[in-house]
Write a protein that binds this ligand. Structure first.
Ligand code: BES
Ligand code: ZN
Length: 869
């Protein structure tokens, strides 16, 4: 790797897990006074500190204008402390002291959306995870310092809403048309969970009584016009509170729970104690303005942030290397919650699809890292699919292995041991082992090394002895930074089916883990092993890795016929879906004929559509071009993949023939009794409409036009719009204009309008240019940038041609304005090295040319890693 030219690496700003040291001082309490003015904000803070071990007092601070500092009431002169762009250090501070500082900050010009920032003309909010608090005041801004926060917020009365964490203890006049509020949070917390909000917002209120009898006031703050769109989120919140009581024995611990929605937010949402701050995209949910997928996402994000109250807030991370401790566990919890909300099979399908589409590619490329990294330059770059999704899978594997009861005993022990502490991944696995009585320590290997294991399985049936043997072998691609890769424990959920009757066989094998779970689970934890099933009277069909019991790449030489068999006879919807995906990958990547897949679909689907429309809609999933591309490690030609995928979709559409239209006309979401089945019907209708258009049936566009204008539901409207726009129908322009007129004041709906156009399969550089020059395109709003950039990345052919310049110039622009988002967008290009020449060389040259132009740690680190292949 050529590192000399890079400022971030030159100064070696790499931080290592092995260098962790306990803080020299702890903070018993902090009082903040935040006074917001039009062109600046004053922040006064009073810290009561106590020495805990040797060392200087280090207060971290970034972009702060220091006005004054005193220790125990004595003003310090400049010679009494050392101040640089990152920290303020006081040597020989007393063992007990009160430190007071006053700083000036500029939230009104903060474009990075980190720390305190002005989100819109009438709203100021904070985002402090992971290291934003140091942009508000000088503080030992690290997660292992837990303190009691008291916050006074003062602003002009044109901002009637003044919020901070905890309980409201006082409000009053502050003169000159100003007012204040004082909040106190009784629970000790790290600084990254601090939040305050100053704004002009409306509120939806509700109440919830916990299992412990606590009466909690629930409040969701949003713009007046959006309040009706907060209902689904409010219901999801109450549901989550009940769910955590029932499934983990965890009740809420404060008298209020507030959620604030803002359209200017880098991420989805943030779990600040008692005062969550959400991207509007993760709170507002309404059939008329948002899609079904968005509605599902809102519910899971609400649950996710609520669940952090115990897994993240009450028990937090010792340092940021442990991020997956809170995120992996909380994602596993929100996935389980969502499995109870809709069909669990479909929820699992959707979660595995995300894992495979984002985490697997990440783990096979230059940005690959362990779920618990051991070094980083910029921690913001490690809020990744690996930390989140693979982190969740590790917890799921342990939960699968333990079964419900023992897993609960394990989590109970975790809360009993560590409530109020900042802990590590080891602490979690230890508690889980101790509570359940099952030693899980070898799962730490999953946390500590990168890469997706390959799991090769071979089968052998012996008629004579009526035995069936499975031989397992695991391996990992060598990784330059991790030479000592070890075997990991892989729970393999499996079933055998009678090849003639399709019936599931009762498993007879001593190798299976008996833990009360329904499926047989074999724990494979060596490099190689064989297990034997007895009493198998004829050659069975095996179903492996049911419910995706481990995040591995399975290689088993199924015959196509066996896969078609599984699509038809597997009893779990997830496993049926998995069979379709395996078949499709073979067809699309290994040039196998499509007939078996198409026939299996024709056999299975018509019935299933009536029985379970939601699952049926997922069985039509064809791996995206992006996913298929990510399975290719060299000589990748995006246009070849596009061609093949298109050909298959056409074949499928023609094979379904007249039934496409029949199915379309027979489906009515209004007739469904529950939301998820209605959602399935809507998804299917849109799929059928797309297939009909592929058949070249002229009525497709009329039906789409009709669906577009007669519905009040966004999934239906958008589905119809997509068919018209993507097929360049005559009606396309008019419906686009209609959509714009209807929704121009609804930012989230307008995002969809941008997205549909950017994702047009034949979008050109001019299409993207027109969108980014549209008056409603706004580089200050990450959601809008993501709408266009995300739409564009739907088309790898475009991503890797004119898209390269798009992402590079965005990264360059955002490097200064919003490096967190800039760094993430650049990652779209991380698999550049797999491209066939000459494209590979061209993209590489463009990335190299970006290097000297960027300065942020975020973008520099990402670019360096990307180029280090
Ligand atoms: N703690 C994170 C929010 C966060 C992310 C803070 C990155 C700082 C940097 C929050 O709990 C979270 O994980 N949010 C996710 C959504 C969630 C459902 C996985 C997000 O924002 O994407
Ligand atoms: Zn989270």
């Amino acid at each position: 790797m050529n590192i000399a030219a890079n400022p971030a690496i030159e100064a070696d700003q790499t931080i290592y897990l092995k260098d962790y040291q306990k803080p020299s001082y702890i903070v018993d309490s902090i009082e903040l006074n935040i006074q917001v003015y039009v062109d600046h904000t004053l922040v006064s803070s009073t810290l009561v500190i106590q020495r805990q071990s040797e060392g200087d007092l280090v207060l971290l601070g970034r972009d702060l204008e220091l006005q004054s500092i005193s220790v125990n009431g004595q003003q310090l002169s400049e010679s009494e402390y050392k101040l640089d762009s990152e920290q303020l250090v006081i040597a020989n501070a007393p063992d007990h002291a009160t430190i007071q500082t006053v700083v000036r900050i500029h939230p009104e010009s903060n474009t990075q959306l980190e720390g305190l920032y002005q989100a819109s003309s009438d709203l100021f909010v904070t985002q402090n995870e992971p290291e934003g608090f140091r942009k508000i005041t000088f503080y030992p801004d690290r997660p292992d310092i837990l303190s009691v926060f008291t916050t006074r917020v003062e602003a002009d009365k044109k901002f009637p809403v003044l919020l901070a964490n905890g309980n409201l203890i006082e409000t009053g006049e502050a003169g000159e048309g100003r007012h204040y509020a004082i909040w106190q949070d009784p629970t000790k917390k790290p600084s990254y969970l601090f939040a305050c909000v100053i704004g002009d917002l409306a509120v939806m209120k509700d109440r919830y009584t916990t299992s412990e009898g606590r009466d909690v006031a629930l409040e969701i703050y949003a713009e007046e016009k959006d309040i009706p769109k907060c209902k689904i989120a409010m219901e999801a919140l109450k549901h989550s509170m009940r769910w955590d009581e029932e499934h983990y024995g965890r009740a809420y611990d404060l008298d209020n729970y507030m959620i604030v929605a803002t359209s200017a937010f880098n991420m989805g949402a943030m779990e600040n104690k008692g005062l969550n701050i959400f991207n509007t995209s993760c709170v507002l949910a309404d059939e008329e303005y948002t899609t079904d997928a968005a509605i599902m996402r809102v519910q899971s994000v609400i649950a996710h942030e609520y669940f952090h109250n115990w897994t993240g807030n009450r028990i937090t991370c010792r340092d940021w290397f442990q991020l997956c401790l809170k995120e992996g566990l909380t994602v596993f919890r929100d996935q389980s919650f969502s499995e109870d909300l809709q069909s669990s099979a479909v929820q699992r399908i959707d979660d595995v699809a995300v894992l495979k589409a984002h985490q697997f590619p990440e783990d096979s490329g230059p940005l690959s890292h362990p779920p618990r990294p051991d070094h980083f330059v910029e921690i913001n770059n490690f809020y990744t699919a690996t930390v989140y999704e693979k982190g969740a899978e590790i917890n799921r594997m342990m939960a699968t292995l333990l079964g419900k009861e023992k897993f609960r005993q394990g989590t109970d022990e975790y809360f009993r041991r560590h409530d109020g502490e900042a802990v590590t991944v080891e602490d979690w696995v230890d508690a889980l082992s101790a509570g359940s009585g099952v030693d899980l320590s070898n799962f730490l290997t999953w946390y500590n090394q990168p890469g997706t294991p390959k799991l090769e399985v071979k089968s052998e049936y012996d008629v004579e002895s009526q035995t069936y043997c499975l031989t397992f072998k695991q391996s990992l691609k060598p990784h330059p930074k991790y030479p000592n890769l070890k075997a990991v424990p892989i729970p393999v959920a499996l079933a055998l089916f009678d090849a003639e009757t399709g019936e599931q066989l009762t498993l007879k094998s001593t190798a299976l883990v008996a833990n009360g779970v329904k499926d047989g689970v074999y724990l494979f934890d060596q490099d190689e092993a064989t297990i034997e099933f007895s009493g198998v009277t004829s050659k069975p069909v095996v179903s492996l890795l049911r419910n995706f019991s481990a995040p591995v790449n399975l290689e088993f030489d199924y015959t196509d016929k066996e896969l078609a068999f599984l699509l038809q006879y597997e009893t779990n919807g997830f496993n049926q879906w998995q069979a379709t995906q395996t078949l499709l990958e073979r067809i699309l990547l290994n040039d196998q004929p499509a007939e078996i897949y198409i026939n299996a679909m024709l056999n299975t689907l018509p019935d299933l559509i009536q029985k379970d429309p939601l699952l049926a809609s997922r069985l039509f999933d064809v791996p995206t071009e992006g996913y298929l591309g990510s399975r290719i490690d060299e000589n990748y030609q995006p246009s070849k993949i596009k061609e093949k995928r298109n050909a298959l979709l056409n074949k499928l559409a023609y094979a379904f023939g007249n039934t496409v239209k029949e199915i379309y006309l027979s489906l009515d979401p209004e007739l469904q009794s529950d939301f998820s089945q209605a959602m399935g019907v809507r998804a299917l209708k849109n799929i059928m409409l797309m297939m009909l258009a592929r058949q070249g049936d002229e009525t497709a566009f009329e039906l789409a036009q009709e669906q577009y204008s007669s519905t009040g539901n966004m999934s239906e409207r958008l589905g119809a719009l997509r068919v018209l726009v993507w097929n360049d129908a005559l009606q396309a322009q008019a419906v686009l204009e209609d959509f714009y007129t209807r929704f121009k004041n609804e930012a989230l709906s307008l995002d969809q309008w941008f997205m549909v156009q950017a994702a047009h399969p034949e979008a050109t550089a001019a299409t993207i240019k027109a969108l980014t020059e549209h008056p409603d395109y706004d580089l200050k709003v990450p959601n809008r940038i993501r709408a266009v950039s995300g739409g564009l990345s739907n088309n790898p052919v475009n991503t890797w041609s004119f898209g390269v310049q798009h992402y590079i110039s965005l990264a360059k622009y955002l490097d200064e304005k919003n490096p967190i988002v800039g760094s993430r967008l650049l990652q779209v290009l991380s698999r550049w090295y797999t491209l066939a020449e000459p494209q590979r060389g061209e993209v590489k040259a463009q990335l190299e040319a970006l290097k000297p132009l960027v300065k942020s740690k975020n973008v520099c680190e990402t670019l360096n890693s990307m180029l280090s292949v």
